[in-house]
Each structure stands twice: as structure tokens, then as C-alpha cells.
Design a protein around this ligand. Structure first.
Ligand code: SF4
Length: 493
């Protein structure tokens, strides 16, 4: 793992910023503890190896098939609408601010959908295949949920898979039958919110086609959950979806009070929660319970749910001279120089009869943007290469087209905007480093070979050049963050 140091340092810095005041109160792992925890996790993974199914770049595992809803998530065709924000429970792990007493309108990705027809237009426009209703507690807005489901079924037919999350507090037979009648495919219970009561899930199992239990793996509840496993199977629960606890701002204090150990990951996960989830996976297998447990890791969500979002909205802002990385970030290459020198490059592009859309000369900034396929035509001995990564972001704030904001028309009444956010910029000034970048990310050559060539091509005259070379290597390898999707679980640190 030659590049972990670079990624680790920046991750730690990022988490420090995210957690602010809480960082110093939170329990983090020392290097030795991280190694020990990593070995414990490896031992658990080893003990289930060959008995679990690995999904989506080995980012998560399961003991059986995933729900059709989870498959739409992995394929990037899932929309989750938050129908309201109020709840009947007050779970210590709730990612939302439970002190907030004002209800929020139905929303998805920051867009408000008071009218079910607008939401169905949205589903249609972006070709979603799965829809879920979350909250707060969706049964607090039961009429709305029902109205949305009916509208989805009426306009999109059976080709879309629909499920509802609930803590079970307000579930009764009448409501379940109404949901079934409206065309609901699946219901998912957070039994951890109700002291692991399976009553509501049992009631639903006779009415709704697919019943799932979906909970965070709470370390201190391991034994009680373990006892529930055969009961769930017996009553017809089809899936147990386990999440690793992760700390939003609302959870910092309760998680610190629970004595949890935090991990430096984009969503600040809890170490003991992952171990609990893996132990449950092992228990189900060792005891032949036959329940399909899906350990839905934060790294899977980070890689695949976010990738799906970018894939959905990048077509609105990506220029023809830009390219997409494997993880659907927009990559923009450019050089900056005097206009006369840039025009010389343009003439070379024209001479080679390349498509005029594959480059753009920005005279205001004295920059020439060009598609990676033209990188060979740039003399890296004369020009530094500037690499930018962007992500699309939905916004309802009107912006100017020339600031990279594009309008998306949903229907005659609704439109929204997609803007581009700059995530990272790197200027590469050494020709050997430009070649390294090109071979690793554009031509996707074998990393080991590319790295060997980089070391041998790099012009080393002084001792300082060695440091410079190592910095260049680290800076380029850090671009993997936006270039590659990644596989396996996060390293523990
Ligand atoms: S049931 Fe869900 S929404 Fe309600 S408090 Fe618990 S975690 Fe939050």
C-alpha cells in the first residue's frame, strides 16, 4: 500500500475539520491499536471467507441475495425521498437533529417535492428503478406516502421497486394492507428503535411481499440481536441489512458517552460497530440460520451512492473537452501560457484535424482546455499541466451559465440547476510526472510499471530533486481519490 500515507494524512486533516470541538474528546486509534484492530477484522473476514457473497468491488458482503431495492442502489438507480423529518422515536444513533420540531416537506437531493406528479417526473427523467420513503418516521405522514406510491404506480407501472422505512411505532394492519394495495413491494423495520421488538415486522410479514430488518450494528446490543436472528427467519423476514454506526454532528456526544472508537473515514465510522456486524454475519453462517444478512458498509455508500449521483447530473455540466474518471468525477486538463504560445498549440490541434469540440481556448484566462486524447500534442517540457476535478451539485439558486450553472427543466412548472464544484487542482510541472499521470490515469497502464518508468525518467541532479520527485509521486497518487472507485473495505486507522 505505497500511497496510504498521503491519503491518511489528508483524511485525518479532513476529519479534524469535520468534527471540530469534538475531535479531542473522541477516542481514536493509535498506530498499534489500528494494526491490532485490522488483524481482528481480517480474522473475522477470513472466518466467513468463501461463505459470503462480495458485492460492488468487494465493498460489502452478504450471506445471501440482496433485496431488489438494494440492487437498484448498487446500480445507481435508486431515489430515496425523505417524506418528513419528525419522528416518534429518539434513537441515540439518529443522524438527524431530533430537537428540531418543525417538519420538513418531502425532499430528495435537496429538491422539495410537495406534488407527487413532480416527483414522478423526476423519477422518469432520471430513469430511476427503485424508490424508498424515509424520514423521520414515514408513518407520521402516512397519507402522503400512500399518495406518492399510488401516483408512482399509476404513471410508472410495476417496473419500479418501492419500499418504506419505518421504526414500526405507528404500523398497524390497516395501514399495511393499504400500502400493499397501493403497490408497495417491501417494508424495512428499524427494530433497534423499539428495543428489538419484532411485533410489527411479524405483522407485516403476512401482508407485504418482502419484509426486511434494517438497523445499525449497535455493539452493546450484539447479544439481543443475535437472539433475534432465528426468530426473524422463522417469521419470514427476508433480509437483515446492517449498517456501521457513523457519527454525524448529532451523534458526537452520545457516541463519545458510549465509549466508541472512531475511525478516520469520510463518514466517521465506529470501529466496534463494524466488528459487531461481522460477528452477526459469522453467527448467521455458523448456526445455519439461513437469513440473508447484508453488511452495507459506509465505504460502499461512499463509492457507489455518490458515484450514482455524479453520473446522474454530470451530463448537464460536462464539456466535450472534459473527460470522466472511473468514479464519474469530471476531469479537466489545461495549460496556461501567453496567447501566442497557446495559439501555436491550437494550430497543431487544427493541423491534426481533431474535432474542434475537444479543445477550448479561454482568452480571458489565457488557458487552453483540451481533451485527454490530445495530451500527446502538448510539449510537457514547455508547459505545466493543470488537472482539475469537479463534481456536479444540484441547486435551486439561479446562477449564470458562464459560471458553469446549467438549468434542468423537469416539467412546465419545475426546473432546477446543476452547478459544478471544484474539488481539487494540481499543477504538474515535471515532464516525467506528466507522463506518469498520463500513463496511470489516461492510459490506465499497470501501476508498478508506470512507477518504475517514472523513477528512471525523473531527472535527478541534486539530493533536493529526490524529495521533489517523491512529492510529485505523492501528489499524483493522491489523484486516485477522484480517479478510481477503489475496492475492499477501508483500512482501519
Ligand atoms: S427511528 Fe430513525 S428517524 Fe427516528 S429517531 Fe430513530 S433513527 Fe432517527
Amino acid at each position: 500500500m505505497p500511497y496510504d500515507k498521503v491519503i491518511k494524512d489528508s483524511d485525518i486533516e479532513y476529519i479534524r475539520e469535520q468534527t471540530g470541538w469534538a475531535y479531542q474528546d473522541m477516542k481514536w486509534l493509535s498506530k498499534e491499536e489500528a494494526v491490532k484492530a485490522g488483524s481482528e477484522r481480517n480474522a473475522l473476514l477470513q472466518s466467513v471467507s468463501g461463505r459470503v457473497i462480495k458485492h460492488f468491488n468487494e465493498s460489502k458482503i452478504s450471506t445471501g441475495p440482496l433485496s431488489p431495492g438494494c440492487m437498484t442502489c448498487g446500480k445507481g438507480t435508486w431515489s430515496c425521498i425523505f417524506i418528513g423529518s419528525l419522528c416518534t422515536a429518539n434513537c441515540f444513533y439518529c443522524p438527524q437533529d431530533r430537537k428540531q420540531k418543525k417538519d420538513e416537506p418531502p425532499n430528495e437531493s435537496g429538491l422539495i417535492f410537495n406534488d407527487p406528479d413532480d416527483y414522478v417526473d423526476y423519477l422518469e427523467k432520471f430513469k430511476f428503478k427503485g424508490v424508498s420513503f424515509s424520514g423521520g418516521e414515514p408513518f407520521l405522514k402516512f397519507k402522503e406516502v400512500l399518495a406518492f406510491i399510488k401516483k408512482i404506480r399509476k404513471r410508472l407501472g410495476r417496473g419500479i421497486y418501492i419500499w418504506v422505512y419505518t421504526n414500526g411505532d405507528l404500523v398497524d394492519e390497516k395501514k399495511l394492507k393499504a400500502l400493499k394495495q397501493a403497490g408497495l413491494n417491501e417494508i424495512r423495520f428499524d427494530i433497534a428503535a423499539r428495543k428489538y421488538s419484532l411485533k410489527a415486522a411479524k405483522m407485516a410479514a403476512g401482508i407485504i411481499d418482502r419484509v426486511t430488518v434494517e438497523i445499525p450494528a449497535v455493539p452493546e446490543d450484539y447479544e439481543i440481536l443475535k437472539k433475534c436472528l432465528p426468530k426473524m427467519k422463522a417469521m419470514g423476514v427476508a433480509h437483515l441489512n446492517l449498517h456501521q454506526l457513523n457519527a454525524t454532528e448529532q451523534c458526537f456526544r452520545p457516541f463519545i458517552d458510549h465509549g466508541y472508537t472512531f475511525l478516520h473515514q469520510p463518514n466517521i465510522a465506529v470501529l466496534e460497530s463494524e466488528m459487531t456486524a461481522l460477528r452477526i454475519v459469522k453467527d448467521v453462517l455458523d448456526n445455519n440460520i439461513g437469513l440473508s444478512v447484508n453488511y452495507c458498509t459506509p465505504v460502499y455508500k461512499h463509492r457507489f451512492q455518490k458515484k450514482a449521483y455524479r453520473k446522474r447530473f454530470q451530463p448537464y455540466i460536462k464539456e466535450k473537452y472534459e473527460d470522466l474518471t472511473e468514479s464519474e468525477f469530471i476531469r479537466r486538463l489545461s495549460v496556461q501560457d501567453k496567447p501566442a504560445n497557446l495559439k501555436e498549440i491550437v494550430r497543431a490541434f487544427q493541423k491534426s484535424k481533431c474535432d474542434g469540440g475537444l479543445w477550448f481556448f479561454d482568452e480571458r484566462e489565457n488557458k487552453l482546455f483540451f481533451h485527454p486524447s490530445l495530451l500527446d500534442k502538448i510539449d510537457s517540457g514547455r508547459h505545466n499541466l493543470i488537472v482539475n476535478y469537479y463534481t456536479p451539485m444540484l441547486t435551486t439558486v439561479p446562477g449564470k451559465e458562464d459560471e458553469g450553472v446549467k438549468e434542468v427543466v423537469l416539467n412546465a412548472r419545475r426546473k432546477f440547476m446543476v452547478e459544478r464544484n471544484l474539488l481539487h487542482e494540481l499543477t504538474i510541472d515535471n515532464p516525467a510526472a506528466v507522463k506518469f499521470f498520463q500513463e496511470l490515469f489516461i492510459e490506465k497502464k499497470n501501476e508498478r510499471d508506470v512507477l518504475k518508468r517514472f523513477y528512471s525518467d525523473y531527472d535527478l541532479k541534486t539530493k533536493a530533486d529526490v524529495n521533489e520527485m517523491m512529492n510529485e509521486k505523492d501528489n499524483i497518487c493522491y489523484l486516485k481519490t477522484w480517479e478510481f472507485v477503489g475496492s475492499g473495505l477501508y483500512e482501519i486507522y
